[in-house]
Design a protein around this ligand. Structure first.
Ligand SMILES: Nc1ncnc2c1ncn2[C@@H]1O[C@H](COP(=O)(O)OP(=O)(O)O)[C@@H](O)[C@H]1O
Ligand SMILES: [Mg+2]
Length: 488
């Protein structure tokens, strides 16, 4: 959670602060509690998490954040949360301890049961909270990998009297349905008075009161918009407000605003920004190592720091996650491939094989058996850790890169089976979401049906083509429903 420029002093949010103060007081009194903060980009979720951290006197605080690029790496979020607590593993019953160790990749073993991992995570947090109350802050929770999101939702729903508080910050709109059934706190823009106060920080001089009103109205109280959009605007620009009356997509507008600043930077600096945006972990050592492969020296960072878009210390930090997405989205496919190739080369194959495989996959321009088989190995590792959805994702990517037709079919089938297995167990256990399970089952079947019949991967094809090939495979290989019904 990087400190953002231009924001000294936290304005208003009285209701939200009160809610968090009460939550912390309850936990101090020996109860547990969870809440999911929801709101659009820039509305102030991270700032509110920071407020909670400041108020948590006497707590142990664990802060983690979801990373968009890691959504398919199983248990990446749980790993972030639990890795600093592993010294308390001995307090757990042996089966839970082993399940968690396997899920986190610190031990080999049979793929652990998701329920057991959830229980183990709850037990570990409870053991840690025995020393003093524990506050877990989960920022950008919409980007947690699916396995971690399920486990943390499970944990948050079952908290009783362990002195644990969990606060999720979830950006909306969000595609996935996680953290449902938890108490919610929906964040709106700042009230008009606070919005004016914040705007005065961004534009300290005098401006026409009508222009000021218009900017406040257009920003709809979104603090990031109030701080960012006036930056760099001339007096003439300001005289016209933001000139985007009624723009519904404020995050999109902010991204465009950042993009204009990025495009003003020297080309080499833009490449460094893209490299940093393509690295999901914010590991400065890795980024600098990869930068050397691209012939970029430390001097190219300076213009990005001067523009306050990026800082590189022990970690790499963008001013706001929207800067990062703006950089990545705007880059050409060839430029993206080049930075992923450099990151793959800079990533340790032994200790971080999965991430290296992902970067190699993102760097591949066409069919490539070498990369495809590396992804297949990552899939095996992911499934050994119980990350079947991740294993299916690795395999799907592998299918798309496999040149040999028969091998591609084999991998497609394996991907379909792995996509179906968690779906089936979700249906059987009835404790996860049936709609998601149905989706996984159907998409697994589609992957198999299409790949078995066509030379291109299902990933490359639009959904209508999926539908058109469905009956053809049903006729030649037995009915689809029969295939769906067989044991997997
Ligand atoms: N209540 C507030 N008072 C002052 N500044 C705020 C407030 N809320 C957010 N900000 C500032 O607005 C910017 C965006 O907030 P942030 O918490 O990063 O949004 P989000 O996490 O919802 O994307 C940051 O610079 C932050 O410091
Ligand atoms: Mg945030």
């Amino acid at each position: 959670m990087a400190a953002a420029p231009g924001a000294s002093g936290f304005l208003n949010r009285n209701d939200e602060r009160e809610r968090l103060d009460t939550l912390l007081a309850d936990v101090r009194a020996g109860h547990s509690a969870a809440v999911a903060l929801r709101g659009e980009a820039g509305v102030g979720k991270t700032a509110l998490l920071r407020y909670a951290a400041r108020q948590a006197f006497g707590f142990r605080t664990a802060q983690i954040a979801g990373v968009e690029a890691e959504m398919e790496l199983p248990f990446a979020g749980i790993h972030q949360l639990c890795a600093p607590m592993l010294d308390r593993l001995d307090a757990l019953p042996a089966p839970q301890r082993e399940a968690l160790r396997v899920a986190l990749g610190v031990a080999n073993g049979n793929p652990p049961d998701r329920f057991l991992i959830s229980l183990a995570t709850l037990s570990l947090l409870s053991a840690v909270a025995e020393e003093r109350p524990l506050l877990c802050l989960v920022d950008d929770a919409q980007w947690l990998d699916g396995a971690s999101a399920q486990v943390l939702t499970f944990v948050a729903r079952r908290l009783l009297a362990e002195s644990i508080a969990i606060v999720f910050a979830v950006r909306e709109p969000v595609g996935v349905r996680h953290f449902e059934g938890l108490p919610q706190l929906r964040m709106q823009g700042l009230d008009e008075r606070s919005a004016h106060a914040l705007l005065s920080r961004a534009i300290p001089g005098r401006i026409d009161a009508r222009v000021r009103d218009r900017i406040v109205a257009e920003a709809r109280g979104n603090p990031l918009a109030l701080l960012e959009l006036p930056r760099g605007m001339s007096a003439v620009d300001l005289a016209g407000g933001f000139d985007v009356p009624g723009v519904p997509d404020l995050p999109g507008r902010l991204e465009s605003h950042y993009l204009a600043q990025i495009e003003a930077l020297p080309e080499a600096t833009q490449r460094l920004l893209l490299l940093a945006a393509a690295d999901p972990v914010g590991d400065a050592t890795l980024v600098w190592r990869a930068a050397r492969y691209l012939g970029l020296g430390a001097d190219v960072l300076r213009p990005a720091e001067d523009a306050e878009l990026l800082t590189v210390g022990a970690r790499v930090r963008f001013r706001h996650p929207l800067v990062r997405s703006a950089v990545y989205r705007a880059a050409s496919a060839a430029d993206r491939r080049a930075v992923h190739r450099a990151l793959a080369d800079a990533t340790d194959a032994h200790n971080d094989g999965d991430r290296r495989a992902w970067h190699r996959a993102a760097a591949a321009a066409g069919l490539d058996e070498d990369v495809a088989s590396e992804l297949e190995r990552s899939a095996d590792r992911a499934s050994a850790r119980g990350g079947l959805a991740a294993a299916a994702a690795f395999l799907r990517r592998s299918v798309a890169l496999t040149p040999d037709r028969d091998r591609r079919m084999g991998r497609a089938l394996a991907a379909a089976q792995r996509a179906c297995r968690p779906a089936r167990s979700m249906l059987l256990s009835r404790c996860w979401w049936p709609s998601r399970a149905r989706h996984l089952t159907i998409s697994g079947a589609l992957a198999w049906t299409c790949c078995a019949g066509r030379s291109r991967s299902p990933r490359d094809r639009p959904p209508t083509r999926h539908r058109s090939c469905w009956p053809r495979r049903s006729a030649s290989s037995g009915s689809t429903s029969r295939w769906l019904a067989r044991p997997i």
